[in-house]
Design a protein around this ligand. Sequence first.
Ligand SMILES: [Zn+2]
Length: 475
Amino acid sequence: MKQLLVTTMLLLGIAATAQPSVEYVGGERPTTRDYTRIVCKTEPGATATVNGTAAHVYKTGCFGAQVALAEGDNNIVVEATKDGRTTSKTVTVTRTAKGDAKPADTPVMRDVLFTVETLPGAFLQYGNGTDRLGGSKMGYIDEGIALKVVGDYANLYKVQLSSQRFAYVQKENVKPSDATVKQVNTGSISYSDKGKYDRVTVSLPCRLPYHAWTQIDPTTICVDIFGAMNNSNWISQHGTLGMVDYVDFSQVDSDVFRVVIKLKKKYAWGYEVRYQGNYLTIDVKHTPSLNLKDLTIGLDAGHGGSAPGAIGHSGLTESTINLQLVNLVKQQLEAKGAKVVLSRSDDSSISMTERKRVFKDAGVDIMFAIHNNSGGSPFEPQGSSTYYKHITNRALAATMLKHLLGCGHKDAGLTGNFNFSLNMPTEYPNALLEVLYMSSLPDEEMLCDPAHCKKIASAIVAGLEDYLNQVKQEK
Ligand SMILES: [Zn+2]
């Protein structure tokens, strides 16, 4: 016992007098810029300097400064002091001259003419551009739809939807087809209440490509059917409907037929367009019970497994903190009686397709994707931002942002028409929440604080409740 005490004291004694660690964790090097934002990590509670100037040490142990660079090698001296002991480290950052940017290889469009048929998971793109989120999506379309290919461009086919309208489709999402793409006449159109949703049915002689989108003020779902000529001489309505006010149609071009579905309510709860045989069906969800205990909430923890997402300077990975936040939100929602469906509950790699399948199969009423961002100066708070694709989800994303900002986060803005895969589903309202920035030292400090994470989870739950109340108050 006595020996153990001596050993413990000895260990503590060694720990108290050990040199503080200093680890270089961030800053571009080499760089072509005339400055670097150097970030180092020491032990929490230490003091630090960068080139002799005091730097704030966050509770994560991170500190740093923006340092001007001369051309060539720049030696930056970083020091950390704890318990009277100082560790000094020199970090060399090389500033190189700006090289001539290599022109990117531009793919060439080849004229071709043949027919393909869509496979499950196919979507149409407006153009052949791309960025980190992929080409801008018009929307997903059902399988078994014949498309006339008129151009071959890298991994895309250019397809002709109508005499005036073109789109692009990923080659991997189609297969060769013997079908002939031709203009056809529309058949009967009807709509009726099916219980939890209203169904609009358009009869067609074959599966045609379509583009669905929403408008607000008033809330309307529009579906353009390409290659269709109006031969529908009436619209049959059966009984009173739960969500659909009325259905109308118009021939907007000689071969584009538009179905317009005006909703009774301002807040939409999702819709699904697909084929049943050659019948194009548009199922429009009714407003669900607006009590949390009756709702199924989808929560997506971004990244996971081989995709850790952004990594903070202290070493915190985005996939880990996203899952922690999701679990906190789940606990709070379940305590209020809600059913929660997670796309992942451990550190595994899950594709976007799989995440969407989980939520669709579970029939979630609403879904939030939870991420943390990266970018900008590490020395400034960067804050919270929320994202939506479809305009009908704008109010939801705006409400969630308002509540995240209530945690004392900087306002990083509301982003619309966001081309993110989990913002694409139309079957349920959804929003992407970028809670804070992994790359910002003050933001990361908040994420490393368990009490603050609880506060974020409470804000997300309060945001959802606020949104449900807005819907309830609608006259
Ligand atoms: Zn992310």
